[in-house]
Write a protein that binds this ligand. Structure first.
Ligand SMILES: [Cu+2]
Length: 110
């Protein structure tokens, strides 16, 4: 009679271990919708490419004038939006030139 060959070969195939560090150079997004940044606060790792999709039917203009890194991504219409690579650790306050109340805080960590 044939034996059962279903051997327990799944050892070590359970996905990432808890101590596995987060991958580098990942992407993240802050969505612009209903005239706010979503999320309004975000923590990412240094090297992250941050994108700003625009889901509104109006232009937005993303910039950061102070903090650990400054940038001005300009006006952009509805669509995938501009991106920026966060090269420095620290805190950033992202704002929109068109809508002064739009603000988001980004924490960039090692
Ligand atoms: Cu805006």
């Amino acid at each position: 009679m044939m034996g059962c060959l279903a051997l327990p070969l799944l050892v070590g195939a359970k996905g990432p271990r808890p101590e596995t560090p987060a991958p580098r150079a990942t992407g993240a997004a802050i969505i612009q919708e209903n005239l706010v940044f979503l999320p309004g606060e975000l923590t990412v790792r240094q090297g992250t490419r941050l994108s700003f999709p625009n889901r509104d039917g109006v232009f937005h203009s993303v910039y950061c004038a102070s903090g650990s890194q400054t940038f001005d991504l300009g006006l952009h219409a509805t669509g995938p939006g501009p991106t920026v690579v966060l090269t420095a650790t620290g805190d950033l306050e992202v704002r929109c030139r068109v809508h002064r109340r739009m603000r988001a805080t980004v924490h960039v960590t090692h």
